[in-house]
Design a protein around this ligand. Structure first.
Ligand SMILES: [Fe+2]
Ligand SMILES: [Fe+2]
Length: 243
């Protein structure tokens, strides 16, 4: 059985155990979250960006709380867990093993401006790691210290803006260019399938069988602890009536 088949089988088994269908939406706050069945290398990368984006939303929620809640009152643990997820799943796996290890070398060999992207993206990965070190160091006590709140808020906000831009460019420019470069090789279709297998093997080596599903569960648990897990609460209010 190929690893992709194993991955699909795991996801189907998870869905069956949770009593939900993979084709159905899972939206309620307390409903189990089930990872979608990824089918290709680029889809894997974009699903991983989904975990990153949910971590950024936690950072933004924290920045807001640190601005409005009494000094020294904000719990540190959910932010510590989010920074740990950034470290293990995003920085050490998605960025170092996949993007820096497998995608950026291909992009550097391409003609035109796309070859300049890896330098900026790698500099942002490195700055992200510095900020994650800082967030981890700032969240070791049970409450975030009053003297740390202002600098930590700024770090969370600048980190979030950097990564919103970063992931959006990767999704719309970098990943399509990488996919096109592989497809342009003589056996391009096979190369993409090979990459999906390689990604799955790296993910298993890093996390065991359930890396992505466990990352989704972790961020969902953090959201639940902060009261931001119900998607419906983020539906925008209606616009003002025009006069
Ligand atoms: Fe990246
Ligand atoms: Fe990325």
């Amino acid at each position: 059985m190929t690893s992709e088949k194993e991955r699909r089988q795991f996801l189907l088994q998870t869905a069956a155990a949770a009593g939900v269908l993979l084709t159905g939406s899972v939206l309620a706050a307390d409903a189990p979250e089930v990872a979608p069945a990824a089918t290709g290398a680029v889809e894997d990368l974009m699903c991983e960006h989904g975990v990153l984006r949910r971590a950024l939303l936690v950072y933004r929620a924290y920045a807001q709380r640190l601005r409005v809640e009494p000094a020294g009152s904000v719990l540190a643990e959910p932010l510590q867990k989010t920074a740990q997820l950034m470290r293990t799943f995003v920085e050490n796996y998605h960025e170092r093993k996949l993007e820096e290890g497998l995608l950026f070398p291909v992009l550097r060999r391409l003609p035109g401006p796309i070859a300049t992207y890896p330098a900026t993206l790698t500099a942002q990965h490195n700055r992200g790691r510095e900020i994650t070190d800082y967030v981890l160091a700032s969240t070791k006590t049970s409450r975030i210290g009053a003297t740390q709140a202002q600098a930590l808020t700024r770090a969370l906000e600048t980190f979030s803006l950097m990564y919103e831009q970063h992931a959006a460019r990767e999704d719309t420019v970098v990943f399509p260019a990488w996919k096109a470069a592989l497809a342009g090789e003589r056996s391009g279709k096979d190369r993409l399938a090979e990459m999906a297998e390689q990604f799955a093997a790296i993910e298993r080596a890093e996390f065991g069988q359930h890396g992505f599903a466990d990352a989704v569960t972790t961020i969902a648990d953090i959201e639940r602890s902060l009261g931001i897990s119900d998607l419906a609460q983020f539906t925008a209010p209606p616009p003002p009536q025009s006069t």
